[in-house]
Design a protein around this ligand. Structure first.
Ligand code: SF4
Length: 89
């Protein structure tokens, strides 16, 4: 799996499978937040997403839920998010 920084998720996603589609935070200026200070913002290439999804499938894990990782997955365009959803499906 490709993870270029630590995983940050809400408590109710504890049982979810994590898929990095962005890393870091595109804003990264909130003074109270240290989550992504060492992680430059980046969008994951589709190749990495495909590799991670293949790894998840090959692992045999029973995955009911996938949580998109990085601070800003919804910064991606609709078209790109739809492509990722299609890959997940
Ligand atoms: S992750 Fe959220 S709280 Fe942290 S710097 Fe980015 S916008 Fe601010």
């Amino acid at each position: 799996m490709h993870f270029s920084c630590g995983i940050v998720r809400p408590p109710y996603e504890a049982g979810s499978c994590f898929l990095q589609v962005t890393s870091g935070c595109s804003h990264n200026k909130c003074r109270f937040c240290t989550f992504y200070k060492e992680a430059p913002f980046a969008v994951s290439p589709e190749r990495e997403i495909r590799e991670d999804l293949q790894e998840i499938r090959d692992s045999g894990w029973k995955v009911n839920r996938i949580f998109l990782q990085g601070a800003d997955p919804f910064l991606l365009s609709y078209g790109r998010l739809k492509r990722i959803m299609d890959l997940i499906k």
